[in-house]
Design a protein around this ligand. Structure first.
Ligand code: GLA
Length: 421
């Protein structure tokens, strides 16, 4: 029965996205290159892991990374569901070798990349790496252009499980073609390698990247700023809320094996506790990939408790893979609603203002109707129980009962509603 329901929801999603898909199908014959099926099945739920970029940029080396891998396990991150340990830009030597092979920087990785990948695997984790479709990476290291198949084979021989593929120095390259080429190169290795497309949403990847990669960045780079975008030299990264604002319009392009990626987490990188909790909760509500981006060796107990909140993670990892939609409540409170399996719901009340706000509602007044997922839930007709996923309190949704709470600036309250039958 449940399988049937999932199939129906999948068909519904497919029908809704049909115009975009068929446009891409015609142009690029998506799904097949030299007889190889490109459609990935490697990420039925949003990939979870750690990525070096947000904290370390290119200042990475084997010793520090081994320590991070160890803490990844001892801190409970692995047990909470995080899986991929991903090296971002800066792992490579500045030049390819005389045979054109890309090599790990021998000073940063004296034992070579295969040895490091092996270390990651011995801990029960998967190993990810970064490169770029252009001639050079964003930080100026050798890019992949013209080396797609040999690089893919090399990564497979190292045991790479995940490739983040960036978009700097690409001149006149055409994004859908460039990403399709690398996707085919990865698939041709025969090794399952999750393909993480990172062209910052510039070419609307949600319209063409499903089946090419398992996840695709939908915006420019995040920073550890909650509301205001602050310039960094000659460019201005996104804030948590500026990224959030771009996600609702593309929520129908999100689902198993094809995830919108609103960029990596900045939890533990300088925002307030409430802001970190809101950032994490909202990413879970979006069914976003979760890549921790903090120094795991130095994380506080608070940061750890956010990143390893298993009930919040279960919302992110729900098998339906449906991103939340937004409703407006009185007093400028936003309510993000994520349909979950078994007629469940996650409700995230969010205060993006600078002052205290009040939630004051009667359950029976809440009606959740969503054409995309097909839900039509009236809380006056269905018995539900709720659990507060941060405060850990539980209660029942009774039609005439009020739900009253205060919401601090930039704070969230997240409830998981389950049918109480
Ligand atoms: C781009 C990407 C970032 C990071 C850097 C590395 O800016 O969007 O996530 O990978 O490149 O140089």
């Amino acid at each position: 029965m449940r399988l049937m329901k999932n199939v129906c929801i999948f068909l519904l999603i497919s029908v809704i996205s049909l115009p975009a898909w068929s446009q891409y199908n015609e142009q690029y014959a998506i799904g097949k290159t030299n007889g190889l099926l490109l459609t990935g099945k490697l990420a039925p739920t949003p990939p979870m892991g750690f990525n070096t970029w947000n904290t370390f940029q290119t200042k990475i080396d084997e010793q520090m990374l081994r320590e991070m891998v160890d803490v990844f396990v001892s801190s409970g991150m692995r047990d909470a569901g995080y899986q991929y340990f991903v090296l971002d830009d800066g792992w490579m030597a500045m030049e390819r070798d005389q045979n054109g092979n890309i090599i790990a920087d021998p000073l940063k990785f004296p034992h070579g990349m295969k040895a490091f990948a092996d270390y990651v695997h011995t801990k029960g984790l998967k190993f990810g790496i970064y490169n770029c479709a252009g001639s050079k990476t964003c930080a100026g290291y050798p890019g992949t252009r013209g080396h797609e198949y040999e690089d893919a084979r090399l990564y497979a021989s190292w045991g790479v499980d995940f490739l983040k593929y960036d978009w700097c120095n690409t001149d006149s390259l055409y994004a859908p073609e460039a990403y399709k080429t690398m996707s085919a190169a990865l698939r041709a290795t025969g090794r399952p390698i999750v393909f993480s497309i990172c062209e910052w949403g510039d070419h609307k990847p949600w319209l063409w990247a499903g089946g090419v990669g398992e996840l695709y960045r939908s915006t420019g780079d995040i920073s550890a700023n909650f509301i205001v975008r602050k310039p960094q030299g000659n460019w201005t990264p996104q804030s948590v809320v500026s990224i959030l604002n771009l996600q609702e319009a593309i929520r129908q392009y999100n689902g198993p094996n094809h995830w919108n990626d609103p960029d990596m987490l900045e939890v533990g990188n300088g925002m307030s506790y409430d802001e970190d909790k809101a950032h994490f909760s909202l990413w879970c509500m979006l069914a976003a990939p979760l890549a921790a981006g903090n120094d795991l060796r130095k994380m506080s107990a608070e940061t750890r408790s956010i990143l390893t909140n298993k009930e919040m993670i279960a919302v992110d990892q729900d098998s339906l893979g449906i991103a939340a939609f937004k409703m407006a409540l009185p007093d400028s409170v936003e309510l993000w609603v994520k349909p979950l399996k078994n007629k469940g719901l996650a409700l995230c009340f969010f205060n993006r203002t600078e002052t205290l706000r009040k939630i004051n509602l009667t359950w029976k007044d809440l009606v959740f109707k969503d054409n995309f997922s097909g839900i039509d839930i009236h809380l006056n007709s269905e018995p539900y129980a709720f659990k507060d996923l941060w405060q850990k309190q539980s209660g029942f949704v009774l039609a005439n009962k009020n739900f009253t709470r205060e919401l601090a600036p930039h704070a969230v309250i997240v409830l998981r509603l389950t049918t109480a039958k």
